[in-house]
Design a protein. Structure first.
Length: 323
């Protein structure tokens, strides 16, 4: 990546930087730990608070060849770097942690995250990437940096970005420019990707450092072509819920020549998706059943490797920072 020191490109994981060509199969939008008082009270169906359970769920993924997972929970909304590091150490699967901010619904209206300016937010995000994620996850007045650094900046917007969304997009862009960490977005109901790309690129983020989550909720070939044409990555993560729709989109994008723009994940936050909690089909199904489905639809081994190995390795790499 144009590194003047000639170092190999790396992806920043919670247990240390990993060469981009050693990630193995990558799940690009996961939820392994989701634990905050607000989630416990209002979103108990996605409360994920136990390392043993996560290890039991990730184990079969590792057995299926998954080498790296991106945990998509950003600051102060249920993230826990220490528990993510424990899951990574016990499973051997690399975990990329996120900084950034989620939707206001995971914080409440009076939260500090709605009262800082873009520069102040960017400082907090950048410190997670460069110094280490706060052991208290920015939930209190004290900050204690862990050795576990964030490797991606997460943002969420409404379909049409609100004033808060615009400020957080600017902060994410500043953090990208200062750290080189790529930007992973949440597209509400899969929509709003183009507005996110427009805002982030206007603030200097290259399109190919942006990954758009949940866009396979919108089964519209033209929308996906437009996103891919910008050079950003489409992150398809609905395969555990709507496998036929996601497979159809993968087929369309491959046919349209956009096979180098797609990455896959499970967005497996719901407890009823986890085998280890008695649900199904289990996070491993993306690497097993869904890949079988894609093969049946004519996707060959080389393309599967692009979607799961080489595309995410390119998308997740730390860019040279401008700081
Ligand atoms: Zn998610």
């Amino acid at each position: 990546m144009n590194d003047p020191a000639g170092r190999a490109p790396v992806v920043r994981c919670v247990l240390g930087d990993v060469p981009a060509d050693r990630l193995g199969m990558v799940y690009a939008h996961e939820h392994l730990v989701l634990d905050s008082p607000l989630i416990a009270a209002a979103f108990a169906h996605i409360l994920l608070d136990d390392v043993d359970t996560a290890v039991a769920e990730v184990g079969p993924c590792a057995a299926a060849g998954v080498g790296t997972m991106v945990d998509a929970m950003p600051c102060a909304a249920g993230r826990d770097a220490v528990r993510l590091a424990a899951v990574s150490a016990r499973t051997g699967v690399n975990v990329v942690a996120a900084t950034g901010l989620h939707h206001v619904r995971y914080y409440g209206e009076a939260h500090w995250s709605g009262r800082l300016d873009a520069g102040e937010l960017a400082e907090l995000f950048s410190a997670d990437v460069l110094g280490g994620i706060d052991a208290f996850d920015y939930t209190g007045p004290a900050v204690r940096r862990t050795p576990h650094r964030a490797g991606i900046v997460k943002v969420a917007t409404a379909e049409r970005p609100t004033a808060r969304d615009r400020l957080v997009l600017e902060a994410a862009a500043l953090a990208h420019l200062g750290t080189g960490a790529p930007v992973l977005t949440h597209c509400e109901q899969g929509r709003g990707a183009l507005a996110q790309i427009e805002a982030l690129t206007a603030h200097g983020v290259p399109a190919d450092a942006i990954l758009l989550s949940h866009v396979d909720k919108v089964v519209d070939r033209g929308y996906h072509r437009e996103i891919a044409d910008t050079g950003a990555y489409l992150e398809y993560d609905q395969a555990l819920r709507t496998p036929e729709d996601t497979a159809l989109l993968v087929g369309w994008m491959l046919a349209d020549g956009h096979g180098d723009r797609i990455v896959l994940g499970t967005d497996g936050a719901r407890r009823d998706l986890w085998s280890s909690l008695g649900g199904g089909p289990g996070l491993a199904w993306l690497a097993t059943g869904f890949c079988d489905l894609l093969s049946e639809r004519g996707v060959d081994e080389a393309d599967l490797r692009r979607l799961l190995v080489t595309n995410p390795a390119r998308a997740l790499v730390l860019r040279e920072s401008t700081r």
